[in-house]
Ligand binder design. Structure first.
Ligand code: GAP
Length: 456
């Protein structure tokens, strides 16, 4: 099975591999889990950090027109009134009177039509069967706000309410003036940030696809209103190229434009970048034209003038915003699914994660041919020499074939093997994960040889 022939059981295989090899664990597992939150293990934290680093490099460091920000999670509660989240960031929750299971209305059979009917005030759920128990006893839809509420300070009253942010974007909007003036930016320019967001999802699931605590990588691009449609198209193309550069095949990606009744309250236009997960096409990233919605509302609610002064024309206006918004957790999952492959070989099935070399948790594994005391000193010496240059690992237990397989399964692009000839000729073998080709290289030339293969 190549990664393109992704079958439904790839989801199970990836989740099992992730647990077994230390990518992702259920949070608070010894207490039975903590409800759709996940912990990243030693390999997972490397992989997700590499995803975030690749995004930051492409979206901030390689661009002249985007700067970074790291805003606080806890913000003034008025932010969420201004942004519309207190009023509009809701799911419609339906409960079955018979089995007590809860559903989002849009997940029920005929969900889109039910959503439309709800908006018109004509939704009739008495004819809809519960997806879990089959009875027709679904209650009336209730508005359920997805934001987590907490309290700042020792008193839990209405004056001390705070919300855990459900999107990182608002930290950027409220800092628009600070960033624009301190970095003396002219339109168009973007502000990017990576950080945690929280949503009390009614139906989290599909492993790390939808959880209650997750991260976002968001970029708000401030532009003249008339230029927003052009920048929208440019950013779509930029984002698609980013996925291609990370090795996600084009066939696994598509764009899907939101219908008017599907768009978030702030969006005048929205296109999802969708990925073909083993459980179907699903949103990976949203690109939105948020118009001047957010800055205008923050002007109204804060009383601060957030208009941009255009020196050449002497005009003052509220910029429009084109947003690209993606989750590193969801991206990590998509990358794992796209990279997962099984190949027949003489020992049965070889499982290989064909991760892009920039994303792989370890770039190089150093493996002595066997756990022989004559080999250990040289293998350790080689490992020590590589460590300052690459993220490396060292493994000397079990047969060499098993150890190659272990590295294939976690996506390590290159293995370096130290054998008995190495003691005489000071040469080692580089073995490539994908082609399994092997080449002999002098230890003195090992670092440049590996760098060349890793494109480092
Ligand atoms: N600021 C716009 C915004 O938040 P969104 O489409 O709601 O837009 C953007 O979220 C991205 O954040 C999604 O495409 C997804 O990658 C990620 N995301 C959203 N909710 C998530 C969840 N519950 N679990 C994991 N990732 C999530």
């Amino acid at each position: 099975m190549t990664s393109l022939e992704m079958s439904a059981d790839v989801a199970d295989k990836v989740a099992s591999l992730a647990k077994r090899r230390g990518f992702v664990f259920p949070s608070s597992e010894i207490y039975g889990g903590a409800g759709a939150t996940w912990d990243y293990g030693p390999l997972g934290v490397e992989l997700k950090n590499n995803v975030k680093r690749a995004w930051w490099r492409a979206m901030v460091q390689l661009r002249e027109d985007v700067v970074g920000l790291d805003a606080a999670i806890l913000m003034h509660p008025r932010v969420w009134e201004a942004s519309g989240h207190v009023e509009n960031f809701i799911d419609l929750l339906v409960e079955c009177a018979s089995c007590k299971k809860r559903f989002r209305i849009d997940e029920l059979p005929g969900g889109d039509a039910l959503m439309d009917a709800w908006r018109d005030g004509t939704a009739d759920l008495t004819t809809v069967a519960c997806p879990s128990c089959g009875t027709k006893k679904l209650g009336a839809p209730r508005r359920f706000n997805l934001m987590f509420k907490t309290f700042v300070g020792p008193v839990e009253d209405t004056a001390s309410v705070a919300w855990l942010r459900p999107e990182t974007a608002q930290g950027i909007f409220v800092n628009f003036e600070n960033v624009q003036q301190s970095s003396r930016r002219k339109l168009p320019f973007g502000i990017a940030q990576v950080g945690k967001s929280f949503r009390n999802e009614i139906t989290p699931g599909n492993f790390i696809f939808r959880s209650r605590e997750f991260e976002q990588m968001e970029m708000q691009y401030f532009t003249r209103p008339a230029d927003a449609p052009r920048h929208f198209d440019e950013w779509l193309a930029v984002r698609r190229r980013w996925y291609a550069d990370l090795g996600i095949p084009d066939e696994l990606l598509r764009f899907r434009e939101h219908a008017e009744n599907e768009r978030a309250h702030y969006a005048a236009k929205a296109i999802d970048v969708e990925f073909r997960f083993p459980f179907g096409w699903k949103e990976l990233e949203g690109v939105h034209n948020r118009t001047d919605f957010d800055l205008k509302r923050h002007m109204e609610f804060s009383g601060k003038d957030l208009r941009y002064f255009d020196e050449p024309s002497g005009e003052k206006f509220i910029p429009y915003v084109v947003e690209t918004a993606v989750g590193p957790d969801r991206t990590t999952y998509a990358l794992l699914c796209a990279a997962y492959a099984e190949e027949p070989d003489k020992e049965g099935i070889r499982v290989v994660l064909r991760l892009h070399r920039d994303l792989a948790p370890y770039k190089v594994a150093v493996l002595p041919l066997s756990k022989n005391e004559r080999l250990t000193p040289l293998a350790r010496e080689v490992h020590g020499a590589l460590r300052p240059h690459f993220m490396t690992t060292y493994d000397e237990t079990q047969a060499i074939g098993r150890r190659y397989r272990r590295q294939d399964e976690i996506g390590t692009p290159l293995c370096v093997t130290v054998d008995f000839d190495s003691l005489e000729d000071r040469q080692v073998t580089i073995r490539d994960r994908d082609s399994m080709a092997q080449v002999r290289v002098p230890i003195a030339e090992l670092v440049p040889a590996l760098k060349e293969r890793l494109g480092a």
